[in-house]
Design a binder for this molecule. Sequence first.
Ligand SMILES: *Cc1c(COP(=O)(O)O)cnc(C)c1O
Length: 408
Amino acid sequence: MNKKFPLTGIGSVAIHASGQQNADYAHLTPIYASSTFTFDSALQGSERFAGADKTKIYSRWGNPTFTTAEETIAALETFGISDAGGEPLQVKALLHASGQAAMTTLFLSTLKSGDTVLSHFSLYGGTQELLQKVLAEMGVHTTIIDMRDLNLVEDTLKKDPSIKLVHIETPANPTIQCVDIDAVTKLAKQQGLTVSVDNTFATPYLQQPFKYGVDFVFHSTTKFLNGHGTAIGGVLLGKDLEFMRTRVWKWHALLGGNSNPFDAFLLTQGMKTLELRMERHCENAVKVAEFLSAHPKIAHVNFNGLASHPDHAVTKKQMRHGGALMSYELKGGLDAGRRFIDALQMCVRAVSLGTVDTLISHPATMSHFGLKREERIRYGITDGLIRMSVGIENIADILNDLDNALKA
Ligand SMILES: *Cc1c(COP(=O)(O)O)cnc(C)c1O
C-alpha cells in the first residue's frame, strides 16, 4: 500500500488499498484485455524476464487488472496484523480462474506423492472430491477427521509422519462447524507442518487466519468477496514471499489457472463494499436464525451465531460475527423441505453463496450429491437439510418469504 497515512478501517482498505497507477490516470484500474505486453527493446524484454523491470509480460503470468484485485485481497487479509519484527505483515496473493484452480495450485505446489493432507470433515464438496479423486490417483493421501477434537488432531499428527499439510475450512459447509484455527495451527507448527485455511465463508471482515500464524489463506472469490455473483474466481495468499514468488507462482503459471481481466475487474468493484455488505449479511442472518429457531415447523437450525450451536465459543474466539450461512431441517424432512423450497417467491433457488441475494439449496441432492449417503450423514448432511446464504435484502421481505413458504 502506498498511502501516506495508515488507514484505520477495513472498509477504507477495501476501497483504497491498491497502489496501482495507469498511464492515462483512469480512476479505476482499466480492464487490460491484452494477452501480451510489448517491449521497447530486446534489453527491456530481457530485464522483464530477469525481474529487474516489474512490468507485465504475458497475461497467464500476471496482468495489471489482476494485480489490483490481488493487492486489495492481500491488504484485507493482513489489515492490522504485524509480523514477528512488528512490521505490517506482507503476503503475496495470486488470482486464479476459480477457487478450484487456486486450490489445485495450493495442493500441487506443497504436496508430492506419498504425502498426506489432514482435513476436517464437512469440507466443501469440490475440495473433498479434488483430494479424494484427483490427488488420490497421484499418490497424495487425505485423512479426514473431526478437527474440533483437538486431542484427536494431536494424536493423528503425532502418529502419521506422512502428513505435510493441514487444511482447515472454517466455518465449514454446510453444517457451519468451526475449527479452532489458533489451536490447530499451534499443534501443526509443533510438528513443523504447513497450514492452509479456506476463508471463503468468513471473509477477512469476519476472520483473519494470518493472525494465528497460518501459511496460506484461500478464497473462492466467487462468493462474498465478489458479492454479486458476477464471476467465478479464486485466490491463494501466502506469507512466505520467496516461496510464493518462486514455486507457487511457477506452478500457477504452468498449470494455467489464471484469471481474466474482466472477472478481476468485477471482483475489485465488488470488494469495495465488502464491509457494508457483510454488516448487513450478518445482521440479517441473526434475525433469520432466530426466526427459524422459534418456528414450529423447523426441527433444528445450524448457525454458529446462535448460542445453541456447538461451535459458538470457537466462533466468538476467532470471528467478529457468526456470518451469513446457515442450514436447517424441517420437521417434515425431505418432502416438507422440497415443498418449502418450491414455494419461495423472492429467495433464489441456486447453489453458491455470498451474493447480495438470499440463496437456498439442498446439499444432499446438489452440492454434496457426489458423496456416499453414509458419509454425507456422518458429516451431518441429512436428507432434508436446507442450506441458506442470507442476502442483504430488507429483512422483512426475507422473513415474509420464509414464513409464507413454511405454510406451503
Ligand atoms: C465455492 C467454494 C470453493 C470452490 O470455489 P469455486 O470458485 O467454485 O471454484 C471452495 N471452497 C469453498 C468453501 C467454497 O464455498
